[in-house]
Design a protein around this ligand. Structure first.
Ligand code: NAD
Length: 478
């Protein structure tokens, strides 16, 4: 019988109203588990538990708080093989990358374990005689975390770890397609000694569980990662009730390749950024803006490298690209390939693939001779589809790169210090990469975008403190 996984409410693993199967996209005959769907009442109970225990957790001895986060990190490392396989099975990510994501989650818990004792403040002289001014940080209270399906363990980790480190209580709702990895983080934190009620897990659809977060007066802040449409809705609702809110959303990220670029580096970066993780990355480089002098060599090398890519079951040895996460996402990818063709693009690859097991397999697609204003270059596909836009010079490349509603990440491949420096300064994106993929982010530095890609404070590193704490200013005369 398929194992059932329950919600975590006030420290108890609580049965759901119904259970949703978590299907392996590499083999749709395999059910990873059945996951409880929470009702609005379950969410209310979870939020109430978090609210009740907040005075305890916010004043918990900081060493004990740091130790819990560190023990969780150790378990994530110790179980990284099994958890990586689980992530692969629920999302379809190639195993090596899935294990790396688990290790990243461990690094995030290690980092924020250290941050517990680094949450200092500042002391200022007062303009009033005999007084001093203290500026300190305090936890917000109860934070609601809402996460997407494409980064099943690192995104929950980069929200849960700072929330807990800075003394907040948490209610988390993972994406319905991939609840297992978040369930495991919750189990690990409870085993690491987290007091009951500090962390609550409520699984299920956004329209029930997510909406209950928005409606609750007892949630002080919401950190969301997902699509632009959902993020805008959440931000608007949160502002109505004056909840603090942070939204990280989609992208349509440009990678510029200049004539003087190293061809091997540029094509490695474009293959990784466009196709690895099945293109299911908010930071994927889906617009390849290539200068005319290197264009033909770049395209030829890309097609050579694409021909060697192995698309297969995520757990199979040698697989580089797993399936799309589900039928809906695969259909969306294939529809966009058709749109690119109808718009006049010259499509290479991009068809549905059959493998030994039934799954959502697709060949990566490179679309040549495209225009930046086409839908295929303006809308997020979220699949292994990259388009080439040919340009005359660097100035044109920069203008094309910035001509988008999004602003998450961007990249340039060049050996010119002048061009890369100019691009770093003038790219309208939150993250810029030089001779590296647009997809890399590191846990100790700020992550986030601009314009339609992002709303609110940055995530990760010590910048996370700006979201997960409130500032207090105290004036003191001794
Ligand atoms: P989505 O917006 O469909 O769902 C994200 C989460 O919001 C899920 O947990 C979902 O259940 C929940 N949700 C849906 N409706 C809701 C509602 N009415 N109220 C509250 N919650 C609701 O996004 P997705 O398909 O899971 O994720 C893919 C998207 O996420 C892509 O656009 C991708 O670019 C983006 N993404 C962004 C980042 C980033 O850091 N910028 C990282 C990863 C993914």
């Amino acid at each position: 019988m398929t194992r059932q996984f329950n919600n975590l409410i006030d420290g108890e693993w609580t049965a759901g109203e119904r259970y949703t199967p978590n299907v392996n996209p590499s083999n749709t005959n395999e059910i990873v588990g059945e996951f409880a769907s929470a009702s609005a009442e379950h969410v209310t109970a979870a939020i109430a538990a978090a609210r009740r225990v907040f005075p305890v957790w916010s004043s918990y001895p900081c060493q004990a708080r740091a130790d819990i986060l560190m023990r969780a990190a150790q378990t994530l490392r110790a179980e990284s093989q099994r958890l990586g396989e689980l992530l692969s099975r629920e999302e379809g990510r190639a195993l090596k990358e899935a294990i790396s994501e688990v290790i990243r989650a461990a690094q995030i818990f290690e980092y924020f374990s250290g941050e517990v004792v680094r949450t200092g403040g500042e002391i200022f002289p007062s303009t009033r005689p005999g007084a001093e001014v203290f500026v300190t940080r305090e936890p917000l209270g109860v934070v609601g975390l809402i996460t997407p399906w494409n980064v099943p363990i690192a995104i929950p980790a980069w929200k849960i770890a700072p929330a807990l480190a800075y003394g907040n209580c948490v209610v988390i709702k993972p994406a319905e397609l991939v609840p297992a990895s978040t369930w495991e983080i919750c189990r690990i934190l409870m085993e690491a000694g987290l007091p009951k009620g500090v962390l609550n897990l409520v699984m299920g659809p956004g329209r029930v569980v997510g909406e209950a977060f928005l409606a609750s007066p007892d949630i002080d802040a919401i950190s969301f990662t997902g699509s632009v449409a959902t993020g805008r809705h959440i931000a608007a609702q949160a502002v109505q009730s004056q909840k603090k809110v942070q939204c990280e959303m989609g992208g349509k990220n440009p990678l510029i390749v200049l004539d003087d670029a190293d061809l091997e580096i540029a094509t490695d970066v474009a293959i990784d950024g466009g196709f690895f993780w099945t293109g299911q990355r908010c930071t994927a480089s889906s617009r390849l803006i290539v200068q005319k002098g290197i264009h033909d060599r770049f395209v030829a090398r890309m097609l050579e490298k694409m021909a060697a890519l192995k698309v297969d079951h995520a757990l199979k040895d040698g697989t580089q690209i797993g399936p799309a996460v589900d039928e809906r996402q695969l259909s969306q990818n294939l529809r966009y390939v058709d749109i690119a063709r109808e718009e006049g693009g010259d499509v290479h690859g991009g068809g549905r693939l059959e493998r030994e097991t039934p799954g959502f397999y697709m060949a990566p697609a490179l679309v040549l001779n495209t225009q930046n204003h086409w839908r295929i270059n303006q809308e997020e596909v979220f699949g292994p589809v990259a388009c080439v836009i040919r340009v005359e010079n660097y100035e044109d490349a920069l203008a094309v790169a910035n001509d988008t509603q999004f602003g998450l990440s961007s990249g340039i491949c060049t050996n010119s210090l002048a061009a890369s420096t100019h691009f770093r300064r003038h790219s309208r994106a939150g993250t810029v990469a030089v001779n590296l993929t647009t997809t890399g982010s590191e846990y100790h530095v700020a992550f986030g975008g601009r314009r339609a890609s992002s709303y609110g404070a940055r995530e990760q590193g010590r910048y996370a403190m700006d979201f997960y704490t409130a500032i207090k200013t105290s004036y003191v005369r001794a």
